[in-house]
Design a binder for this molecule. Structure first.
Ligand SMILES: CC(C)(COP(=O)(O)OP(=O)(O)OC[C@H]1O[C@@H](n2cnc3c(N)ncnc32)[C@H](O)[C@@H]1OP(=O)(O)O)[C@@H](O)C(=O)NCCC(=O)NCCS
Length: 334
């Protein structure tokens, strides 16, 4: 009998501390008005110094496992998507999360696809499950983005926040619960649009790295913006067309939360109504790989996400990478 991947549960962790636009006005030459007008962001959450990416990922993972109705011993693969791992580059943050949540002796690894990391992880979970290799995959998108942000650079520090989201993806034989479609891609010729130059083999950690602030994220904001609108729109138009689904049939359009203007442009191009578009960018900012699962968790916790409803995910990030997915919510725990 054919086996399919299904989206079984969601969880998230949002750090308590808030960094508001008025806080940023005191740190760099910016205004609340400029930030809201250009990005839609009003505030973002920042993890305390002693909290790591794996701490947030583990907290989100516990919630997702609890809501899945499974025992943690049922999880047979752990994937963590992050560009702010606990350590550059070993051990992986997934290994540390597995230890923190008390799951041992299962395969665990990180993937690096920046803001597209969560949807990339969904493609991997699907492949493992539908090949019969795994049954219940825990995927985590977790970022302590504040650890790579230069809080003297007004062009980037206003955008990003910290947080984590997690999901359990399970095998099912019920086709109506299965992922409808998923697609991920990349174009490395735009690698310099969004980059943390060091530490790495190109620029190992040294005094020059500190002097030139190469350990902080650098972004070609305007170029990234234009490419994001173009790529995100094409990606969702294609996935809907390939599956013969009209935008009006989508219950929840959940785009990567980078900038309200990007989300609005893509939503408008598809003719989406406001109530179809999930928005969290105003309160979380851009949390990279955590952005989509945190947004799914938001509609789950507010009672908007119900069994069987179709989600359209659409994401874009450093690499450049992009991905989209058509997935029904298929909770089995009652
Ligand atoms: C970063 C971003 C908000 C900047 O908005 P923009 O409309 O493109 O603005 P520009 O970069 O062209 O800058 C316009 C002006 O605002 C200034 N500016 C930049 N940041 C500012 C800030 N925080 N406050 C006030 N002014 C600012 C610039 O210095 C520039 O001034 P100038 O015209 O005197 O040179 C926008 O480009 C963006 O969101 N890009 C995509 C980022 C993204 O999504 N990245 C992650 C992808 S996963």
């Amino acid at each position: 009998m054919a086996v399919y991947a299904s989206f079984r549960s969601i969880g998230a962790y949002v750090p308590e501390k808030i960094l508001s636009n008025s806080d940023l006005e005191k740190m760099v030459d910016t205004t609340d008005e400029w930030i809201v007008k250009r990005t839609g962001i009003k505030e973002r959450h920042i993890a305390d110094e002693h909290i790591s990416t794996s701490d947030m990922g583990a907290m989100a993972a516990r919630v997702a496992i609890e809501r899945s109705g499974l025992d943690k011993s049922d999880i047979d693969l752990i994937i963590c998507a992050t560009v702010t791992p606990d350590y550059f580059n070993m051990p992986s943050t997934a290994c540390i999360i597995s230890d923190k949540i008390g799951i041992s002796n299962v395969q665990a690894f990180d993937i690096s696809a920046a803001c597209s990391g969560f949807v990339y992880s969904l493609t991997i979970a699907k492949a493992f499950i539908e090949s019969g290799m795994k049954k219940n995959v825990l995927i985590v998108g977790a970022e302590k983005f504040s650890s790579i942000v230069d809080y003297t650079d007004r062009s980037t520090c206003i955008l990003f926040g910290d947080g984590a989201g997690a999901a359990v993806i399970s095998a099912t034989t019920n086709k109506s619960e299965a992922f409808v479609d998923i697609h991920a891609s990349a174009d490395g010729s735009y690698a310099d649009f969004l980059v943390t130059p060091a530490p790495g083999s190109v620029h190992p950690a040294n005094q020059k790295m500190l002097d030139e602030k190469l350990n902080f994220v650098q972004m070609k904001g305007n170029e990234t913006f234009k490419l994001a609108v173009k790529t995100l729109t094409k990606d969702v138009v294609d996935i809907l067309k390939n599956n013969n689904i009209k935008p009006s049939e989508i219950k929840h359009f959940i785009p990567h939360q980078a900038n309200y203007r990007i989300i609005k442009a893509v939503g408008d191009a598809l003719g989406m109504k406001d109530e179809q578009v999930v928005l969290t960018v105003q309160k979380y900012g851009n949390t990279s790989a955590a952005s989509i699962p945190m947004a799914i968790n938001d509609i789950y916790e507010s009672g908007r996400l119900k069994e069987g409803e179709l989600m359209l995910l659409d994401t874009f990030g450093g690499g450049l990478t992009w991905a989209s997915a058509l997935i029904p919510f298929a909770p089995k725990a009652k």
